[in-house]
Ligand binder design. Structure first.
Ligand code: ADE
Length: 225
């Protein structure tokens, strides 16, 4: 999978992509990430990328020309499955969307800043709008890190234990069951006997039951989805 990210602040994205799972996905050749600095496509001597809003009001708006120039350049080189704009008024990101995006070949992610982008960017260029939650960030970069991390770990071969993504919370609309490691007892709290029993089928049944119970208690809305 190839992800091209358009941003006015590429530095914000570097560290999350140079460590851990996303780094591993790239090293193993399952994921390519390219950062494009929007200022390289800016207008005039100052590489301007934003301007004041028509109708007045505080905050600058990102102009369409630099964004269109960058996207057109990329599209002249390959076909893209989605052009995603990160914005608080997009559809809220969930595991289903991550699963579906992990099957795409090439995507572009556009990070907004300031007051957002000129509406015509959304009308003409963007194919999908994603929010990472009901709060406003100062830009789309941190949301992009969340999205890329959640998608990268789903790419086949990225997780060392191929099955472990299947047990994640939200797969099958259930939260993950509790997990334990050594010691068997800590401050009076014991690991449930069934996990020490070595009885694979009983362990599996217990995990299913706990996942269901956990979901019922914390996120009953998921069970009605
Ligand atoms: N940009 C600003 N706030 C955002 C959010 N909640 N999700 C995605 N992008 C954003």
């Amino acid at each position: 999978m190839r992800i091209d990210i358009i941003t006015a602040v590429p530095e914000l994205l570097k560290s999350p992509f140079e460590n851990s799972m996303v780094k591993r996905a790239q090293e193993k050749g399952f994921l390519e990430i390219y950062l494009h600095n929007l200022h390289d496509y800016g207008k005039g001597n100052y590489n301007q990328i934003d301007d004041t809003q028509y109708g007045g009001g505080a905050g600058m708006v990102m102009m369409i020309e630099p964004i269109d120039k960058c996207i057109s350049q990329l599209q002249s080189e390959r076909k893209y499955d989605e052009i995603i704009y990160m914005t608080p008024d997009g559809e809220t990101l969930n595991q289903k969307t991550c699963n579906s995006l992990s099957l795409k070949e090439n995507i572009i992610i556009l990070c907004g800043h300031y007051k957002g982008v000129d509406q015509r960017v959304r009308d003409l260029l963007v194919t999908k709008e994603i929010s990472i939650g009901d709060y406003v960030l100062s830009g789309g970069e941190l949301g992009t890190c969340v999205l890329v991390d959640a998608v990268a770990r789903l790419l086949p071969g990225v997780l060392s234990d191929e099955t472990s993504a299947l047990y994640d919370s939200f797969q099958d609309n259930l939260l993950a069951p509790p997990v334990y490691t050594r010691p068997e007892e800590y401050k009076g709290l014991k690991v449930p006997d069934v996990l020490l029993s070595g009885h694979t089928q009983k362990i599996e049944e217990w995990r299913q039951e706990m996942a269901f119970k956990h979901t019922e208690e914390r996120r009953p809305d998921l069970l009605n989805d």
